[in-house]
Design a protein. Structure first.
Lengths: 350, 501
């Protein structure tokens, strides 16, 4: 989370006096989210239909929030992970293989998938730390290699591009909400079972970057690697750890999407790259490293999915959807830049 | 020739200039002096078109001028060499010099003319450099001179030099000033902004002193002032050179840090020195003598190829800064505080706390209150003036930034401290406070290795001085704090032929 999440009261008053409320990215996002929901509900009352819209949208938000967190894990360093999609695909493959060949239960499949993602991420981190090559280049190359590997593996181990079966309990993740589980007369809310998994991931990542030593040292490395090295931070290890976390979260996202789709297939992760950047950047995470916002990433995911579902209901074509999502990203970045300019103008004179 | 009068410039909450006046005559070197925050940089930025003044006017040859951008100021004949390097490292010297007015023919850069132009400018400074050399391959001093050549490439009549010798050796500075005199003889006016009063007195003809945005001395002949007189004007109160309390060092005890015949991958040969607890060892030498590299090698950032390093008598081999800190309690305050010492975009609390997180962490998590306590303790101890611990380190003044850079090592409870050029670019008053602080730390039993190119600083602080030249120890001498005598001996050591070349 950003450093200014928890300022002391006088400090908060001072900052509020310095920047207008709309310039706080997270409050802006909440307002935007509410406005969008109101807009789409007015145009299409079906937008608030639980079964048709709200439940599937929550599942999508859960998946793509984790995708965003996966990118956020390396944005903290000022790095990028261009291979989020393929790391997710490899994790889904590993999970599918564990079930298909060893008949492993759900939890073992999940852990196997997470481990695969983490290892791939660590590998990328290790190459970056050792060679000093730009993370963009390393992960892009890795992505290319994995595209080939994923097709090869599915061709070798399955009949086509997906595993046939699913571990027991996986389809419940897909179809059930807490409303299906009742204790006596009291049933849970209409929230899909995927949501708490994503929530735990978000809380974990937030905790890591806000209060843990490792997370903070990753941020310091992102802020100034030379100063980090000279302050006794094991910079290379932190780079590897951040990339491993990115891979792990990509793996989790791959698993959640497989649950959502109802199969472990080669196509998992194909559409991950753009949303992975969209959510953190909308939420105010810097591309240069040193500051991240987990809450902003979740809100950013929410906005993206609301726009997506809303335009979908209004029967826009897929290409048009992409156009509008792209425009939203541009607008968000411009607003972010405006915020910086304002902060500089009101800041300390040179 | 140039007259800026009654200049006013406000920033939110600060009046940086409040009626400052600067009057330049052709053919003279004019010193612009003042403490950090007195308004020197703001004045320079107004003259070069970076800022617009809120009030007052600028006259060039009697006609009022308004500069909308740095380019307009440049066209009017006002060139500037900023304290920070402003060259593109990957471009050649010629490209850098011609960058703002590339000669072209039919839309294509005319390389022949560009080179000829660059040669002309380099010739003005008697510089024998190939215009096709990439700037990245130049030494710091050469790059500095190329910047001056660049400033001269347009028809510059007023040349502003902001701390031009901050990264130059004495000899290189002398050469630079010889060029400055040549320029003034040719009718240019030169404004010199510098913290080094010795140089100012050697070079400048007239002086303007700024304090709190006013000019407290306006274009006065420098010959009418003494060094202390100028300092009094800058500081605004009678200022006495610090006389630090005497310390006693137990030389019989085992040295805290001892190097015996150390050679490194960077080319140091047979370096032997030792620092006792409570002692300040001055490591003096010219820029490029390898002092910083020696310090970094000690911390495991460079290779030690021979000899022995002992910490409190135990031979050690340090792998990285983390080990140096945690196992041997060695801290290093780097010379480049913006690039290496601080996280400018991070809050002060994190800048100070970074070295103690490991100690504070419970189950891998850092309690806010524990961190707050450590940060409060050390910002208070060092007298760091801050609005809040959440303020970004980059918003502090230079002196306070340096204190933050030091605070993290004190917070980490180091007992050996390597301080590299602690007061570069820091004003007179803060410098004195810093010297007292370093002396106090030594008085409390810390072993301090002070790397400095500032001879008065070394003579003020050190108990003994080791002179390093070209990777080897040229000599060691006891310091009795008598500046004239000690400085002569040090200079003789530097210019003595290397014992075994």
């Amino acid at each position: 989370m950003k450093q200014d999440d928890n300022p002391s009261p006088p400090e908060a008053a001072r900052q509020a006096a310095r920047l207008p409320l709309w310039a706080n990215p997270r409050i802006g996002l909440v307002v935007l989210l509410i406005a969008l929901i109101a807009l789409f509900t007015t145009l299409r009352p079906a937008f608030l239909n639980t079964q048709l819209t709200l439940v599937p949208m929550q599942s999508d938000i859960s998946v793509y929030a984790v995708v965003g967190l996966s990118q956020l894990a390396v944005l903290s360093l000022g790095h990028m992970n261009m291979a989020v999609g393929r790391m997710a695909a490899m994790s889904a493959f590993a999970a599918g293989l564990l079930h298909d060949r060893l008949d492993a239960p759900l939890i073992v499949c999940l852990l196997g998938g997470l481990a695969t993602g983490a290892l791939l991420g660590a590998l990328a981190g290790l190459i970056i730390a050792r060679t000093g090559v730009n993370s963009f280049v390393v992960t892009l190359a890795l992505d290319f290699a994995l595209i080939g590997l994923v097709s090869l593996l599915y061709a070798t181990f399955t009949d086509g591009v997906a595993f046939g079966g699913l571990p027991a309990g996986m389809s419940a993740l897909r179809t059930d909400t807490f409303a299906d589980y009742c204790a006596g007369d009291v049933c849970g809310p209409e929230i899909p079972l995927l949501a708490p998994i994503a929530l735990v991931a978000a809380l974990g990542v937030g905790l890591l970057f806000r209060w843990s030593r490792i997370g903070r040292e990753v941020l310091m490395t992102g802020a100034n690697a030379k100063a980090a090295l000279l302050s006794g931070i094991p910079v290379n290890l932190r780079v590897v750890q951040a990339h491993a976390l990115s891979g792990l979260l990509a793996g989790l996202a791959g698993f959640l999407l497989s649950a959502n789709n109802g199969s472990f297939s080669a196509g998992v992760g194909d559409g991950f790259l753009l949303p992975s950047f969209l959510a953190p950047v909308l939420g105010g995470t810097l591309l240069v490293g040193g500051a991240v916002s987990v809450l902003g990433t979740v809100l950013g995911t929410g906005i993206t999915q609301v726009i997506y579902k809303g335009l979908n209901l209004l029967q826009f074509q897929v290409d048009e959807l992409k156009l509008y999502i792209g425009l939203v990203l541009l607008a968000a970045l411009s607003l972010d830049r405006l915020r910086h300019v304002l902060a500089e103008r009101r800041g300390v004179p040179a | 020739m140039l007259l800026a009068e009654g200049l006013i410039k406000s920033f939110p909450g600060v009046r940086a200039l409040d009626g400052a006046t600067l009057k330049l005559a052709a053919g003279s070197v004019h010193a612009l002096l003042g403490e950090n925050g007195a308004g020197k940089s703001t004045l320079v930025k107004i003259l070069t078109g970076v800022y617009r003044p809120d009030g007052g006017r600028v006259l060039l040859d009697g006609a009022e001028v308004h500069f909308g951008s740095p380019l307009e100021a440049l066209r009017a004949g006002i060139g500037v060499v900023h304290q920070e390097r402003n060259l593109v490292p990957e471009f050649s010297i010629a490209e850098n010099i011609a960058l703002q007015h590339l000669p072209h023919r039919g839309g294509v850069v005319d390389r022949t003319r560009m080179r000829a132009e660059a040669r002309r400018c380099l010739g003005l400074l008697d510089l024998d450099l190939d215009p096709d050399t990439r700037v990245a391959e130049l030494s710091v001093a050469q790059a500095q001179l190329v910047e001056i050549a660049k400033a001269l490439s347009v028809d510059t009549r007023v040349l502003l030099l902001d701390e031009p010798t901050a990264s130059l050796t004495g000899e290189e500075a002398d050469r630079l000033y010889a060029i400055v005199r040549k320029l003034t003889a040719a009718g240019h006016a030169v404004v010199l902004v510098s913290h080094k009063l010795e140089e100012v007195f050697a070079v400048a003809d007239t002086v303007t002193v700024l304090r709190d945005g006013h000019s407290v001395a306006q274009a006065q002949p420098l010959s009418g002032y003494t060094r202390d007189g100028i300092v009094d004007l800058m500081v605004g109160r009678a200022y006495a050179s610090v006389r630090l309390a005497d310390r006693t060092v137990d030389r019989a005890a085992v040295p805290a840090l001892e190097l015996t015949g150390v050679s490194t991958g960077h080319g140091h040969r047979d370096v032997s020195l030792s620092v006792a607890r409570g002692e300040i060892l001055g490591l003096y030498g010219l820029v490029g003598a390898g002092r910083t590299e020696l310090a970094k090698a000690l911390l495991g950032l460079g290779e030690i190829t021979g000899g022995e390093v002992r910490v409190h008598g135990t031979p050690v081999r340090i792998r990285d800064v983390g080990q140096a800190l945690r196992q041997y309690r060695i801290g290093y305050v780097p010379e480049d505080r913006k690039g290496e010492g601080l996280f400018l975009e991070q809050p002060i609390a994190r800048n100070v706390g970074v070295t103690v997180w490991r100690r504070l962490a419970r189950l891998g998590l850092i309690p806010d209150r524990g961190e707050r306590r450590v940060v409060d303790e050390y910002t208070e101890l060092l007298g760091i003036r801050l609005a809040s611990p959440q303020q970004l380190a980059g918003q502090l003044s230079g002196g306070n930034q340096q204190k933050v850079s030091l605070a993290k090592w004190l917070a980490a409870e180091c007992d050996i401290l390597i301080v590299d050029e602690p007061t570069v670019g820091i004003d007179v008053r803060t410098k004195a406070a810093f010297h007292e602080l370093i002396a106090r730390l030594a008085g409390q039993g810390m072993a301090i290795l002070l790397i400095s190119s500032d001879l008065p600083e070394v003579v003020t602080l050190a108990d003994r001085i080791v002179v390093l030249g070209e990777g080897a120890v040229r000599g060691e001498l006891a310091n009795d704090h008598d500046y004239d005598a000690v400085s002569q001996r040090v200079i003789r050591l530097i210019h003595a032929a290397p014992a075994a070349a």
